[in-house]
Structure formats: C-alpha cells, structure tokens
Design a protein around this ligand. Structure first.
Ligand code: ATP
Length: 302
C-alpha cells in the first residue's frame, strides 16, 4: 500500500492571463456567448497559501499587495468572505469529495480585479488544485475541470497543463497551444474596472476581422509581426462605449512605439506587445509618466 505523507501547508501561484484573440461567435439560447479565444498566462501572480487546521472551518484572509495598485479601488471590492471565488471553490471541492477538513487560506492579491485578467478564475483554479493536494483527494483532471465549469468559464484554462490555450464554448473547452513565441507585454489598467456580464450584454457576434486559424498559425510559427497584425478582441468596442477610460488607454497606446495593442478579455486592462523586456520598460515608463494608475511589465509564461 502506498501511503502519501500528509502535507500541512502548501503555497500555489495563480497567474493572470491576457486574451490575445477573442471573437464572439454567437449568442446561445442559454444566454451565454459562444467564444473563440486565445489566452496566455503571464508572470503576474496572486499567491495562495493553504494551511491545514484542526477545526472543520474554511477560513479566508485576503491581503492586498502593493499600495500604488488600483486593486483596492472601492468601485471593485474583492469579497473577503466565503463568497470570494476561493471560498466558493473550497466549499465545492470539499462537498464533492465528501470530506469535512478545514483549512486556513491566505490569498495575496496582485492581479487587478474586474480587469479581464482572470484573477478570480485563476485563484479558484489554484484553490481546486491546491486543496486536491493538501487534502490528498486524488481527484482526476476531468473531475477538477468539471468542478471548475460549475464555478466559471475561465477556470478550466488555469487548470490546464499549458500556459497558452485556445478556448471555445463559454471558454471552458480548453485546447493547449504550444508555441515558442516568448512575448513581452506592458499591461495597463485605468482606475475603474468593468463587470464581465455587463460587457457581454452589450456585445454582438463579430464575424468580421481576422480568423482564429490564422492567429493560431502565427503563434505556432512564432511570427510576431503577423501575430500583432491579427490581434483581435470583439469585446473592445462594447467596453469602450461603457468605460471611456478604455478608449483613452487605446488612444494612449496608439501614440506609443509598441508592436501591437488591445484590451484583454472584457477589460478594462489594456496591453501592448513589445520587442524585448527593455522595450517594455521604456513604454511602461511613458505610461506611468502620463498618469496611468497601474502599469506592469510581463512575459508570457513558458
Ligand atoms: P475574467 O477575465 O475572468 O472575466 P476579471 O479579471 O474581469 O475576470 P476578476 O478579477 O476575476 O475579473 O473578478 C471579477 C469579480 O469577481 C470581482 O469584481 C469580484 O467582485 C469577484 N471576485 C470574487 N473572488 C475574487 C477573487 N479571488 N479575486 C478577484 N475578484 C474576485
């Protein structure tokens, strides 16, 4: 019999994502939108620490990292109780596995909320995989993906093996995309965020613009000059009409020497693709000097 040693404590990094391509295929009868999107994880992380505890309680402590950060903006409060996606994921996996263990979870937030960077989804995925290990549940990947789909559309991406993927359906059908295009980004977020359901309410299927296959091909070939010409986000128009700060960011990026730029997900974060880390630093300095409240330099995760 193989006995695994019980783990008392575990730390998991939860990355942010950027949508390099996002097309609204159609509105479904259930109210959701069918999407085609390419997401890539970047090296900006929330941290989740899981400590076993003797009680059967799930306790959550949320720490906001950084002070220059717009994370703490009162317009985008992050729930600190068990209604946080971390708490919901913990309750769901515990109920599914039929265990009564407790846990003390410390979530350190660095990914801005309501920014289209998938922070909440990534935290939920980290919770499912972290507790699967901490509690030695041995749930399969398929079981975790099923739990993920019950909590939200993007969570499956963060459970996936690859750091870049093509996601379809509501976003929950994940196909890893292997590529060697190490991308450098400068990511900016205005002071205010946008709610994902609100942006989707204002969107329409977009059958114009570049197609997914061409975009995927440019990624596979690491053809960055082609890739930047094929960037696309069908949610950007609706987001700009709901939040003028997104439009202002676009105008700012238009005057910057980046290879290409667009909004991520449902916004309000906006990214530019740069030729190197040094190039990204130069662009970031200009954005900061012009008063953009949150600017971050990032790379696509390998
Ligand atoms: P996506 O790109 O997946 O659509 P997003 O990046 O726009 O998501 P999130 O930061 O994931 O948005 O969170 C959206 C909302 O979810 C927040 O405004 C907040 O109220 C709630 N929320 C619940 N749990 C979390 C969490 N752990 N981190 C951030 N937000 C959370």
């Amino acid at each position: 019999m193989l006995c695994q040693p019980a783990i008392r404590s575990l730390t998991v990094l939860a990355p942010a994502k950027l949508n390099l391509f996002l097309r609204i295929v159609r509105r479904r009868d259930d109210g959701f939108h069918e999407l085609e999107t390419v997401m890539t994880a970047i090296n900006l992380f929330d941290t989740l620490r899981f400590d076993s505890c003797d009680s059967s309680e799930i306790q959550l402590r949320v720490i906001m990292a950084g002070t220059r950060n717009s994370l703490t903006s009162p317009s985008q409060p992050i729930p600190t109780g068990l209604d946080n996606l971390v708490g919901r994921a913990a309750q769901l996996i515990r109920q599914y596995a039929g265990v009564s263990h407790g846990v003390q979870i410390t979530l350190t937030k660095r990914i801005p909320a309501a920014a289209g960077m998938g922070g909440g989804s990534s935290d939920a995925a980290a919770t499912l995989s972290g507790l699967n290990r901490l509690w030695n549940l041995s749930l399969s990947r398929a079981e975790l993906l099923d739990l993920a789909a019950q909590l939200g559309s993007d969570i499956g991406f963060f459970l996936g093996g690859g750091s870049t993927a093509v996601c379809r359906g509501r976003g929950e059908i994940v196909e890893p995309l292997s590529h060697s295009a190490g991308l450098h980004f400068v990511v900016a977020r205005p002071a205010t965020g946008l709610s994902t359901p609100q942006v989707f309410k204002h969107c329409r299927p977009d059958d114009q613009g570049p197609d997914l296959e061409s975009f995927v091909e440019s990624m596979k070939q690491s053809n960055s000059s082609r890739l930047v010409r094929l960037l696309h986000n069908g949610l950007q128009g609706p987001a700009e009409s709901l939040n003028h700060e997104v439009q202002e960011l676009r105008e700012r990026f238009c005057s910057l020497p980046v290879l290409g730029h667009q909004m991520s997900g449902s916004g309000t974060s906006y990214f530019g693709i740069c030729a190197s880390a040094r190039h990204a630093q130069t662009v970031a300095a200009r954005l900061r000097a012009s008063g953009v409240p949150w600017v971050h330099i990032a790379r696509s995760c390998p």
